[in-house]
Design a protein around this ligand. Structure first.
Ligand code: COA
Length: 445
């Protein structure tokens, strides 16, 4: 059976930056360390006045197509995952295909296009759709373009305002991939939850504290479901664990929970027993409160152990690098977590080919999915071809007053004109409104 997976990826960050400790914290009257240490974020990316989910997605896709030498005929499917869509009918993939058709010979008329929605997990679901399409043999030798693109903006004053972000990830899903091979094994944790939603509104209604709890509960369910198909996993089975990263502090909580789960009944739990005791088991407690308290104590102790800290530093911390500087990219977040890990491995000179990643995706509303991937032989070449750090470093650093204007500019309820802060060059840019209220785009040389 041929392998199927992610052949290549490219990112496009919004070209503006909001510095959280130096610009955001003083205005909010908060200690900068709430952001850098508590949430784990240094900065958020924002779209310039001529950027939106279409331009960022199209720009990431064009970079990917150019680098891989692809023509429209090579693509049989374009799926866009987003929770920032501005149209309930016409999918963003049609806008992006329209942009790309301005610059390539040929067209995407025979490519199946769609838009996937399930909060931040939709990017992973689109990869799944592409995988299934290829595995079913319906792709006629063509690859799928999956684009996760979002402007993760919150209402001014919402607790989520500190975790905003904007950017796109384009991924090519193909046979015999260069980057990571997907596996057949998946686990799900899914339930009807009201933690974060956008009932026909641009900025989300968020119960932030509840969303943290739901993320952890669904992830745990997904992990159990994953083990029911893949077998019991061990902390050393995976080189990295990229998880959906709304902010790095969230992953810090999820990692501890995951570690407790995966060391249960292993020699790691036994080794740690001398230092911190064995994990509390529900059946040993008469009431739930006492069990919960014992668990909390165990988790606190586990967090301080050398074994946990080693594992966290090796397997999880390297996945958070990009997120710390760009904030939440919603559907793209788990994919930049994977990329952070691969970039870290490249910097460290690690031989990652053949090693496995445990990927945890999450979407509010709510669903978690966990699957394993195997790193491919050509991963290093792929990762070294990217300009992620250059893009991050090139962003325009907003003052507080400029940030307020940018937020208004991207508020769909306001009609705010704003001079651009950066000059578009060799990229797609928003070009005003059409006669039916559609957005128009042009390629700026
Ligand atoms: N130094 C170090 N850490 C600090 C700090 C300081 N001066 N001040 C606060 N912190 C820590 C807090 O202890 C907390 O960490 P903990 O949860 O591990 O205890 C963290 O920083 C955040 O502080 P908190 O007061 O909880 O922040 P908040 O209430 O303003 O907002 C969210 C947190 C998550 C509710 C908010 O960012 C949000 O709504 N985000 C959007 C929803 C989201 O992303 N959900 C995730 C699941 S998808």
């Amino acid at each position: 059976m041929t392998t199927v997976g992610i052949d290549a990826m490219e990112i496009w960050t919004g070209k503006l930056k909001l510095d959280l400790p130096n610009t955001f914290a003083p205005e909010k009257g908060e200690d900068p360390e709430k952001y850098t240490k508590g949430l784990g974020l240094n900065a958020s990316s924002f779209p310039d006045s001529y950027e939106d989910i279409v331009t960022m997605g199209a720009n990431a896709a064009k970079k990917l197509m150019d680098r891989k030498g692809l023509e429209p005929d090579d693509i049989g499917r374009i799926d866009v995952a987003t929770e920032s869509s501005f149209d309930n009918s016409k999918p963003i993939s049609t806008y992006i295909a329209g942009c790309l058709e301005q610059v390539y010979e040929g067209d995407f008329h025979h490519a199946n296009k769609g838009e996937r929605k399930f909060a931040c997990i939709a990017g992973t679901q689109s990869i799944d759709d592409a995988y299934n399409w290829i595995r079913a043999g319906r792709n006629r030798g063509r690859a799928a373009l999956v684009i996760a693109t979002d402007t993760a903006l919150y209402a001014r004053g919402d607790a989520g305002e500190a975790t905003q972000g904007a950017g796109a990830v384009a991924m090519l899903i193909d046979e015999d991939p260069d980057l990571v091979e997907l596996s057949m094994e998946q686990g799900y944790g899914s339930a009807d939850e009201t933690d974060f939603l956008k009932p026909n509104q641009q900025f989300p209604s968020v119960d932030g504290k509840r969303s943290v709890k739901v993320y952890l509960a669904r992830m745990r369910e997904a992990l159990e479901d994953f083990e029911s198909v893949a077998g019991k996993i061990h902390p050393d089975d995976f080189a990295y664990g990229p998880f959906h990263t709304p902010f790095p502090g969230m992953v810090r909580k999820a990692a501890l929970l995951a570690y407790r789960h995966i060391i249960r009944d292993t020699e790691v739990e036994e080794e740690l027993a001398e230092e911190i005791g064995r994990q509390p088991r529900q059946e040993a407690f008469d009431d739930d409160e006492a069990f919960t308290e014992a668990l909390r104590e165990y988790m606190d102790a586990l967090k301080g152990t050398e074994q946990y800290q080693d594992w966290y530093g090796r397997t999880i911390e390297p996945t958070l690098g990009i997120s710390r500087d760009v904030g939440n990219w919603y559907t793209g977040s788990v994919h930049i977590a994977r990329l952070s890990a691969l970039m870290h491995a490249a910097e460290q000179g690690e031989d990652l080919a053949g090693q496995r990643l445990l990927v945890g995706s999450y979407g509010s509303g709510a669903q978690a999915e966990i699957h394993a991937e195997t790193v491919c032989d050509n991963w290093l070449e792929e990762v070294e071809a990217l300009d992620v750090q250059e893009q991050i470093d090139a962003r325009y650093d907003l003052s507080w007053a400029e940030y307020e204007e940018v937020h208004d500019r991207h508020n769909h309820e306001k009609d705010k004109e704003l001079e651009e802060f950066t000059a578009p060059e060799n990229e797609f840019a928003f070009d005003g409104w059409g006669r039916m209220g559609e957005r128009k785009y042009r390629y700026v040389e």
